[in-house]
Ligand binder design. Sequence first.
Ligand code: EPZ
Length: 419
Amino acid sequence: MDKLIIHGGSRLVGTVEISGAKNSALPLLSATILSSGVHTITNVPKLKDIETFLILLEHLGTKVDIENDGTTVKLDSSSADKQDAPYELVKTMRASILVLGPLLARYGKASVSMPGGCAIGERPVDLHLTALEKMGAKVEIEHGYIKVECKKLKGAHIYFDTPTVTGTENIMMAATLADGETVIENAALEPEVAELASALKSMGAKIEGAGTEMLTITGVRDLKPLNFKVMPDRIEAGTFMVASAMTKGNVLIKDCPIETLDVVCEKLRAAGAVIEIEEEGVRVKGDWPITSVDIKTNPYPGFPTDMQAQMTAMMSIGSGLSVISETIFENRFMHIGELKRMGADISVDGRNAIVRGVRGLSGAPLMATDLRASASLILAGLVADGVTEISRVYHLDRGYAAIEKKLSALGADIKRISQ
Ligand code: EPZ
């Protein structure tokens, strides 16, 4: 198991390039199940989760070729003929649930291991399954597998009680080949959902309302192969913005999808960061004292839950008191125990964390628990006094492509050691 060793105190200065968005690449890869042929997806991030998803697609019979140092993926789904996603693969990556809708739409049946919970919460998929039932699917859960069957899905009017990103994506993909019209109300508004809609339309799907909470999909007989470039990762970009703001840095972020980060920019500016749009990208400058601001996570366009842990780290060295409310997941404060080992003064009360800023943090041996918590611990290590050692960085590798290389290129003293 690898570890990261960080000597805190360096200011981050320089230019960083943002990789493709994990949470867009995953549904785009799944969309290739919908049509037989050779698909090409570029700007794919080199991440563990992507690797796992490609193994799953190969298991389903798709031929996968990686080019261009891993960022271009060619997929030939013409001989794909299996419809099962086994436990061994799904247990390491919940996003495997994204193959359910496409497999059912393409083959009329699918068997996908029920994604367990994960560190941040139970992560139910009831909304996905209820929607598929409304479209005529028979849904059974047996021996830990979701088994769905339906000769031909039919259009339905779906209302999601709560906006679900992968739920919206699953049903949108399934509806592209259904009989008739499907309306999805209270659809998730995350940019990755709109990107998937654009990709499906480029394959010949009939979708109205992309980017709004009401999607109308009219089924077609079949779809063409996908040829698409993944958008930059707004959460990776946001993470580097916080890193520069926390370390009194001056970082130019290239390929920064700034138009998807309004609320994050608003909070960072309120905390004292300077954010300027330049020709080449977005420049973020930081200084101390950092003003403490309150954060409340919400579905897009609200403050993203995937940026909460990073902001908690920043507020731990704020000048006052900050209330962080996590409204999306029930257990997404696991970074807090580790931050407190570095001297942070945070108390958790249910879905709220009360963060009293301290003058500084001290380096300590830490353990990563989930993807964004890992990022939060790195940020804290960058500003801590002394050495911070972070174990279980496999969590980090699921969602950040070589973050330690990008950070050391900006002047951070951070190394990865393999145990
Ligand atoms: C997606 O997860 C992202 N993953 C998550 O990113 C992100 O945190 C999350 O959306 C919220 O933005 C991918 O896109 C692969 P949801 P998803 O369904 O789709 C409840 C990261 O760090 N819900 O939008 O699983 C659920 O419990 C990861 O990159 C149900 O109750 O999240 C949660 O409270 C972590 N029933 C809320 O909806 C369901 O059937 C939003 O979850 C589905 C969801």
